[in-house]
Design a protein. Structure first.
Length: 196
């Protein structure tokens, strides 16, 4: 398993030429992340966490480009936005004609914790092959007030209840990373610290 943390910059392009598992991690990055998959038996996982506050403005474009078949790409990006933060996401899964038996997934989920937050999320598919499995999805909403109320009835303050629900929402990304081979506690703790 190879772990790559995306660094700030306008464009981050990566080419996967050999089989194996690759995990890319994105945190509060603005720009384009373009990953070309040119190897069969390659498994590419792209995980991202965004936390926006006080006028933060993020624009993210991702491209999962399968140039050859029998490969997997799986993207999960979660965002939590406060105050008047702004997040614009455009994601593309692109499957070339000769990339038969590709398996690609793309999901973006966002929490808006202020009426002044702006989120735009557009997942897209461009499929030229006919024997593939591709799905995408996007959800944007607020915290479930029923869950907040339930936690308050158990003695938590509203702030603590919200914080707990946000941690659970973002924690899904860490769980998936651990499931897919990021088991180094130093790396995981460094990522957790950078996203709080």
């Amino acid at each position: 398993m190879k772990f790559i943390q995306i660094k700030q910059g306008k464009k981050s392009k990566h080419v996967v030429n050999t089989p194996g598992e690759y995990i890319f991690f994105i945190h509060n990055y603005s720009g384009e992340v373009d990953i070309e998959i040119k190897s069969q038996e390659a498994k590419v996982f792209i995980y991202g966490i965004y936390v926006g506050k006080k006028g933060d403005n993020f624009t993210l474009n991702t491209i999962q480009h399968h140039k050859i078949g029998n490969s997997i790409s799986d993207l999960l990006i979660k965002g939590v936005f406060f105050d008047d933060a702004k997040f614009i996401y455009d994601g593309l899964i692109k499957i070339d004609k000769k990339a038969q038996k590709s398996n690609a997934y793309q999901k973006n989920q966002n929490l808006m914790l202020s009426k002044d937050v702006f989120v735009s999320s557009k997942p897209n598919l461009e499929i030229l092959a006919n024997d593939v499995r591709c799905t995408h999805g996007s959800t944007t909403g607020q915290l479930d007030q029923t869950q907040v109320y339930y936690l308050k009835t158990r003695g938590l303050t509203e702030d603590t209840a919200q914080k707990l629900l946000i941690e659970g929402f973002v924690g899904d990304v860490f769980n998936k990373m651990e499931e897919n081979g990021v088991d180094d506690p130093v790396i995981l703790e460094r990522i957790r610290q950078s996203t709080t």
